[in-house]
Write a protein that binds this ligand. Structure first.
Ligand code: ADP
Ligand code: ASP
Ligand code: MG
Length: 411
C-alpha cells in the first residue's frame, strides 16, 4: 500500500463544484489501494481578498493578526472537501495546522516549519480515512497561528510527504506541469518531463511560481519525488527529481521572470570597511531578502550601491535605507519598482561559455536595456524594464530553441 500526498492549488478548489470533483479524484486513488493525505489551498483569489481587507483596516497590518486572517481561507476548503468525501460515502477528516502540530518559528507571514507531528495523521490513515490538511499554515510553540509565505501550501505538502515518508508528493495545479517558461505568457512553452531539483530551485527562486521555492528545497533535502500535474486532465506531468546525465545535455532548460522586484540605489557612499554591513544588517533584521547587489566605485573614496528587494518589501526597505544612509553620510537614495528580472536556467550551462552572451545579444536585438546582471553556475539573470517582460521571455525562449524537442546537442 502506497502513501501519497496530493496538494490541490487555489484554482483546483475555486468553488464547491471543483471541490466535489477533486474529492472524487482522491477517492479513486484511495480505492486503488493507497493511503491518501490531501493538502488544500484556499479558493483562488481568497488570500488576495484577505490581504486587501487587512490593508483597508490597518495601514501596516499587524503580522500576528494577518496570519489569523490569512489562514482562514484554507480552513474553508478543507472542511468542504471533507464533507464532499463523506457525501460520496467515504470517510475523511480535516485537520488545521495547529491540530496536526505543524510547528513553525514565529516569523509571521513567512514562518518556517520546524517540525511536524505525524501521530494524528497516521492514526486517521490507519482508520481508513482520507486525511485533509490545511496548507500554508502552522503554529508556534506558544500557540500563535502562522502562515508560510505566499504559495506556501506546496511547502506544507512536501514537508508532510517528507515527515510521513510518503512514496510521492503530487502537486495538482492549473497547468500540465513545469514548462520551459510560463505557458500563460508564451504559447510556445513546452512541458518538461523531468527536471532536476537544482534547476527547479533556480526556476522557482527566479519567479516560476508553479512550485514554491521552499517546497523544492525540502524535496531536494529529503529526496521526495515531486510530480507536478494538472487537476483537470489525467496526463503525466513533470517529475522533479535528482539530476541525471540526460538533463546535462540541455544547455538551457527554462526561462523565468519575476515582476516582484524593486531596485534601490544609495549614491556616494564612503568606500570603507563596514559600510555594507551597516546598510544590509537592518534590512535583513527586518526579514527582507536582498537579491542582486552591485557596487560601482567612483574616483576617490566614494561608491554607489544598487540592490534589489522584493517589490512587496520595497517601501519598508526604502524607509530603512533612508535612515541608514543619513547615518553613514551617503548623498542620496533613489529607487524604482517598475523593473522585472528575466532569467535563463540550465545545468548544461555549467560547462559552456557563451550562453550569457547570447542572452545579452537577444535582449539588445529587441532594444531592451539591461540594468543589472547576475550569474550563478546554472543561471543568468538580467534586470530590465517591466514593460518588456513578455517580449524578453518570448524572444529568449525562441533564441534558445526551447520550443523544440531537440535542442542544440551538447557533447
Ligand atoms: P496553484 O494555485 O495551483 O498553486 P500557481 O498559480 O501558484 O498555482 O502556479 C501555477 C502557475 O504558475 C501557472 O498557472 C503558470 O502561470 C505559472 N508558471 C510560471 N512559470 C511556470 C512554468 N515554468 N511552468 C508552469 N507554470 C508556470
Ligand atoms: N492560499 C495561499 C496563497 O494564496 C497559499 C497557497 O495557495 O499556496 O498564497
Ligand atoms: Mg501555488
Amino acid at each position: 500500500m502506497a502513501l501519497i500526498v496530493q496538494k490541490f492549488g487555489g484554482t483546483s478548489v475555486a468553488n464547491t463544484d471543483k471541490i466535489k470533483a477533486v474529492a472524487q479524484k482522491v477517492i479513486k486513488y484511495q480505492q486503488e489501494g493507497n493511503q491518501m493525505v490531501v493538502v488544500l489551498s484556499a479558493m483562488s483569489g481568497e488570500t488576495n481578498r484577505f490581504v486587501d481587507m487587512a490593508n483597508d483596516v490597518q495601514s501596516i497590518p499587524d503580522p500576528r493578526e494577518m496570519d489569523v486572517l490569512l489562514s482562514s481561507g484554507e480552513q474553508v476548503t478543507v472542511a468542504l472537501f471533507s464533507m464532499a468525501v463523506k457525501d460520496e460515502g467515504f470517510d475523511s477528516i480535516s485537520l488545521l495546522g495547529d491540530q496536526v502540530k505543524i510547528i513553525t518559528d514565529n516569523m509571521h507571514t513567512k514562518a518556517r516549519i520546524k517540525s511536524i507531528h505525524t501521530e494524528l495523521i497516521n492514526k486517521h490513515l490507519n482508520d481508513g480515512k482520507i486525511v485533509v490538511v490545511a496548507g500554508f499554515q502552522g503554529v508556534t510553540e506558544d500557540k500563535h497561528i502562522t502562515t508560510l509565505g505566499r504559495g506556501g501550501s506546496d511547502t506544507t505538502a512536501v514537508a508532510l510527504a517528507a515527515s510521513l515518508n510518503a512514496d510521492k508528493c503530487e502537486i495538482f495545479t492549473d497547468v500540465e506541469g513545469v514548462f520551459t517558461t510560463d505557458p500563460n505568457i508564451c504559447s510556445a512553452a513546452r512541458k518538461i518531463s523531468r527536471i532536476s531539483y537544482d534547476e527547479m530551485l533556480e526556476l522557482a527562486s527566479l519567479g516560476a511560481k508553479v512550485l514554491d521555492i521552499r517546497s523544492v528545497g525540502l524535496a531536494k533535502r529529503y529526496k521526495v519525488p515531486v510530480h507536478v500535474r494538472s487537476t483537470f486532465t489525467d496526463s503525466e506531468g513533470t517529475w522533479v527529481v535528482e539530476e541525471d546525465k540526460d538533463m546535462e545535455s540541455m544547455l538551457v532548460s527554462g526561462v523565468a521572470y519575476s515582476k516582484n522586484e524593486a531596485r534601490i540605489t544609495i549614491s556616494k557612499v564612503q568606500d570603507t570597511p563596514g559600510v555594507a554591513s551597516k546598510i544590509f544588517l537592518p534590512i535583513s533584521d527586518a526579514g527582507i531578502v536582498v537579491d542582486m547587489i552591485i557596487q560601482n566605485t567612483r574616483a576617490g573614496e566614494l561608491t554607489d550601491l544598487t540592490f534589489t528587494v522584493p517589490r512587496t518589501d520595497y517601501e519598508k526597505a526604502m524607509k530603512i535605507v533612508q535612515i541608514v544612509s543619513k547615518e553613514i553620510g551617503a548623498e542620496n537614495v533613489t529607487g524604482s519598482d517598475d523593473i522585472a528580472k528575466i532569467s535563463i536556467v540550465g545545468v548544461g550551462m555549467r560547462n559552456h561559455s557563451g550562453i550569457a552572451t547570447t542572452m545579452f545579444h537577444v535582449l539588445a536585438r529587441e532594444g531592451i536595456n539591461i540594468k543589472m546582471i547576475s550569474t550563478s553556475e546554472i543561471k543568468v539573470s538580467c534586470v530590465i524594464e517591466e514593460k518588456y517582460t513578455e517580449l524578453a521571455v518570448r524572444s529568449l525562449h525562441e533564441a534558445f530553441a526551447l520550443d523544440k524537442d531537440n535542442q542544440p546537442v551538447v557533447e
